[in-house]
Design a protein around this ligand. Structure first.
Ligand code: PMP
Length: 451
């Protein structure tokens, strides 16, 4: 029941927004997959700490000491939340994208990376950008097919063929930001490890909905974003094995990452970098962001993922059953209608441009969803366009102007604090727009659809 999740109340529940009619309605935030609202509790804990924050690792004063303690405590809270192993590190970053770019830069030279083309661009592109060889695997159509395809790809490209060291990495997203579908992370990891391949889990969409145990999943690293985990202050996490991180060049060069810097007699500068998380956290860290993530981890752990999931699965059932009754709606799915998912679902509506449909949901009903290709262009093209797209097309601009061919979709996503009323209002709005949508006119203004 909703009561079970009362400790996970979110901010913004009473925000009123204007409709085109001039009326005001309560905002239905159904775009958690982009950024979730903050938990009230996270906000309160940050507010209680706010008067006391100070510089971390670089101040003699009481408040600097306090902030340093809270920052390091936050690291331990995240380590507990992720059920890390002895020796694993927690590096605070800006978000998942930052975490995966950090890891890409820290991989031993020549590491070959494997990723399904269905990944979010944050999991798809950093390896390529770091100049590493990448093998993109075609979209699998079931979790079993994904496991088999990975096994085949890894067997076909044994590490001896690779460059220096023969290292390999497999990157996988735990829950799709497009379909919400769960990926068989433990099975994929087992296969990867059988081939001596390390694994990084993109948990940006998984961690807000499911307990992520690094120990049980056996992944080598995990990345997630605070702003999708009910902690809105611009911080994220990369956690996992320390060996490659400690051997790598620092992500950023600067204070905090350097242990000693000395002028040599020949005029050059010699630097000894820190080991451990500080190596990749140069500059003044985002102590509020880290503290907010820790507060969210505590709140989620105390409320329990079981309660959150029970509630969410009920809403997913209501949503999918409602959409199934509207023949014009096609729900996007890679793994089929029985696939397990988190509270993320994308769809297209026959006869509608997805941008217009989303604009109508906002302007007519006060419902906030997202339209587009969701930073997963190859996947959305495959699901919407029915065509296979090669990864080289990642990042290509997509026409979404009225009249142009549109391959984009509409995404609805939710989690803690979402009332049943938001799902019901959304379903009623979809039904009404589908049956009577022609009366709304939308035009393109600077790339945005407006009523
Ligand atoms: N991976 C996935 C699966 C995501 O959904 C997102 C955000 N949409 C990211 C990575 C990137 O997260 P961020 O924008 O917080 O860096």
């Amino acid at each position: 029941s909703l009561d079970l999740c009362a400790p996970l109340a979110v901010l913004g529940a009473d925000v009123q927004v204007p409709l085109v009619s001039g009326e005001k309605v309560g905002y239905a935030a159904l775009d958690y997959a982009a950024s979730s609202p903050a938990l009230q509790r996270v906000w309160d804990e940050v507010a209680a700490y706010a008067p006391y924050y100070g510089s971390v690792h670089r101040g003699a004063g009481y408040l600097s000491q306090l902030s340093t303690d809270l920052f390091e405590q936050s690291r331990r809270t995240v380590a507990d939340f992720l059920d890390l192993r002895e020796g694993d590190q927690v590096v605070f970053t800006r978000a998942t994208t930052d975490s995966l770019n950090l890891l890409a830069g820290a991989l031993p030279a020549g590491t070959r990376v494997f990723a399904f083309e269905t990944e979010h661009h944050a999991s798809l592109l950093p390896w390529r950008q770091a100049g590493l060889p990448v093998s993109y695997l075609p979209s699998p159509r079931s979790p079993e097919e994904a496991v088999a395809a990975l096994a085949e790809a890894l067997a076909a490209q044994p590490s001896q063929e690779e460059g220096a060291g023969g290292h390999r990495l497999f990157c996988v997203t735990g829950a799709s930001n497009v379909t919400g579908e769960l990926w068989p992370v433990a099975e994929l990891t087992r296969v990867a490890h059988q081939h001596g391949v390390r694994v990084v889990l993109d948990a940006a969409q998984l961690a807000p909905h499911h307990r992520v145990s690094v120990r049980e999943l056996d992944v080598d690293w995990v990345a997630f974003s605070g702003h999708k985990l009910y902690a809105p202050f611009g911080a994220g996490v990369l956690a996992g094995r320390g060996d490659w991180l400690d051997a790598a060049e620092p992500y950023l060069a600067g204070g905090g990452a350097s242990r000693t810097v000395a002028r040599e007699v020949d005029g050059s500068v010699a630097v000894e970098w820190h080991q451990g998380p500080a190596r990749h956290e140069a500059g003044s860290p985002n102590v509020i962001g880290a503290y907010a993530i820790a507060a969210a981890c505590r709140a989620l752990t105390e409320a329990g993922f079981e309660a959150l999931q029970a509630r969410e699965q009920y809403l997913i059932g209501r949503l999918t059953a409602g959409l199934a009754e509207i023949p014009e709606v096609r729900v996007l799915s890679l793994f089929g209608p029985q696939a397990a998912r988190v509270g993320v679902l994308s769809f297209v509506v026959q006869g509608w441009n997805s941008s217009h449909f989303s604009a109508a949901l906002s302007a007519e009903y006060g419902i906030g969803v997202r339209d587009g290709l969701f930073c997963a262009h190859p996947l959305v093209r495959t699901l919407v366009g029915g065509e296979e797209v090669t990864p080289s097309q990642c990042g290509a601009p997509e026409p979404s102007l009225p009249g142009e061919r549109s391959l984009n979709a509409i995404r609805v996503s939710f989690g803690a604090g979402t009332p049943e009323e938001h799902i019901d209002r959304f379903l009623a709005a979809v039904r009404e727009l589908v049956s009577d949508g022609a009366r709304w006119n939308y035009r393109n203004e600077g790339g945005r659809c407006v009523a």
